[in-house]
Ligand binder design. Structure first.
Ligand SMILES: [Zn+2]
Length: 426
């Protein structure tokens, strides 16, 4: 079977691994977050999936499973050993999907026994190896995609399905020794609000793992960017252009001059790996007022400060060129590199790396060119690295996940639990 279309109610569904069945169930819920909303969660529909998760957690036997007003679903799996020194471990993933691409009416396509080459989504779109060279590692595997009209939602419903399946495995096999486990499913991660109301104290875990990483087997992320945003407001004076001589001051001209001062090689489209970037995210410009919004990203906080300084200098230069234009520069801190915290708790990373090995893979430590809920949580006192979840080409119609990677992620999570329980007392 080279290509199968998946329909709800299909009998084949029962033959799929539990983690996949869950995943297909969860992606059917539209949980798209909104960056324009002023409510929390940004879209009420995220709670619909939350309700399903509460029900499933209760059915699994996690009796305290509940969703709070913010849409956070939290539950506890009690430990099965008497050793009080085993720390409480948390597992976290997010229910929402990115507003960059529609998440409504997702129709998952199952491509069994992948034979290489592009994967056709529909008449118009295919996933190519150029876009996703990692596909080459998945010959013979089962790939899940959308039908090309929506995103898939592997980010982060793959993570949810993996955590739920981990619980199922732990409960059905009491021979696996475990301490107390906490799980949390959060909202609005994609619009920067994933942990806004997350009460670390109440959650009660000493260490946690977000299951929100990509599709590289064995990959653990311990580092994020440090991130700021900047808003530069130019102000001018508007007069009827027919009678404007010597009076009109055009803020738009100053703003457009300002943006040309940024070296192109520092833009996101010209940077990768550990390189920092400065990104102009928007311009809103008229004669009276022109606003430039930017985001600044660097792994190193000193570099971030250099970026702030560069923006100040470009603003100064613009003022010199347009002396009558007013200019105001404002920075705000978004998040900080979580490595600063995780380095103080090496055991949280050691266990994850060991769990990957124990599951038959080679661990790979990487950094995220972005943020994660784990960064905020780490700074709130809960060290939280990120574990691979399986998704690729996030936030787009090309998003895909390999079933085999999801199964390996479940194994890794179970081994994380096992290893914490086996760890000698310190
Ligand atoms: Zn995510």
């Amino acid at each position: 079977m080279a290509f199968t279309r998946f329909d709800k109610g299909d009998n084949d569904m029962k033959q799929l691994p539990s983690v996949v069945q869950r995943f297909l169930r969860y992606v059917a819920y539209d949980t798209e977050a909104s960056d324009e909303s002023t409510t929390y969660p940004s879209t009420e529909k995220q709670k619909e999936l939350g309700k399903v998760l509460v029900k499933e957690l209760l059915e699994l036997g996690l009796h305290d499973a509940a969703m709070d007003d913010y849409g956070y679903v939290i539950a506890t799996l009690p430990g099965n050993i008497s050793n009080q020194s085993v720390p409480v471990i948390g597992f976290i993933s997010h229910v929402d999907t990115s507003p960059d691409m529609s998440g409504k009416d997702v129709k998952p396509q199952i491509h069994s026994n992948y034979q290489g080459g592009p994967i056709r989504l529909n008449d118009q779109y295919s996933i190519t190896l150029d876009q996703s060279p990692i596909l080459a590692n998945h010959i013979g595997h089962t790939i899940i995609t959308s039908d090309g009209t929506t995103l898939l939602g592997a980010d982060d419903k793959a993570g949810i399905a993996e955590i739920m399946t981990m619980l199922e495995v732990l409960i059905s096999d009491p021979s696996i020794r475990r301490g107390k486990i906490k799980v949390a499913f959060t909202c609005d991660e994609e619009v920067g609000g994933g942990t806004k109301y997350f009460d670390v104290q109440k959650f009660g875990a000493q260490y946690a793992y977000t299951v929100d990483g990509g599709g590289v087997l064995g990959e653990i992320e311990n580092e994020t960017f440090s991130a700021d945003s900047a808003k530069i407001v130019f102000s001018g004076t508007n007069v009827h252009p027919g009678y404007a001589k010597g009076k009109l001051v055009n803020a738009s001209k100053a703003a457009s001059y300002f943006v040309t001062l940024f070296p192109d090689k520092k833009s996101p489209e010209h940077t990768e790996e550990r390189e920092p970037y400065m990104h102009i995210t928007g311009m809103n410009s008229a004669v009276e007022k022109a606003t430039v919004t930017m985001i600044l990203r660097a792994f190193d906080e000193e570099e971030l400060m250099r970026q702030r300084k560069a923006i100040q200098e470009f603003a100064e230069e613009t003022k010199k060129r347009f002396p009558k234009v007013g200019c105001e520069v404002n920075f705000s801190e978004s998040y900080r590199n979580m490595k600063l915290i995780i380095d103080q708790h090496p055991e949280v990373l050691d266990v994850a790396m060991e769990a990957v090995k124990k599951s038959g893979m080679t661990p790979r430590l990487t950094s995220i060119r972005g943020g994660t809920d784990g960064a905020t949580l780490s700074f709130k006192g809960l060290p939280t690295p990120n574990v691979f979840a399986g998704g690729n080409l996030f936030h787009s119609r090309f998003e895909w996940v390999a079933v085999e990677v999801m199964e390996q992620a479940v194994k890794t999570l179970v081994n994380i639990v096992r290893l914490w329980a086996e760890r000698p007392k310190k």
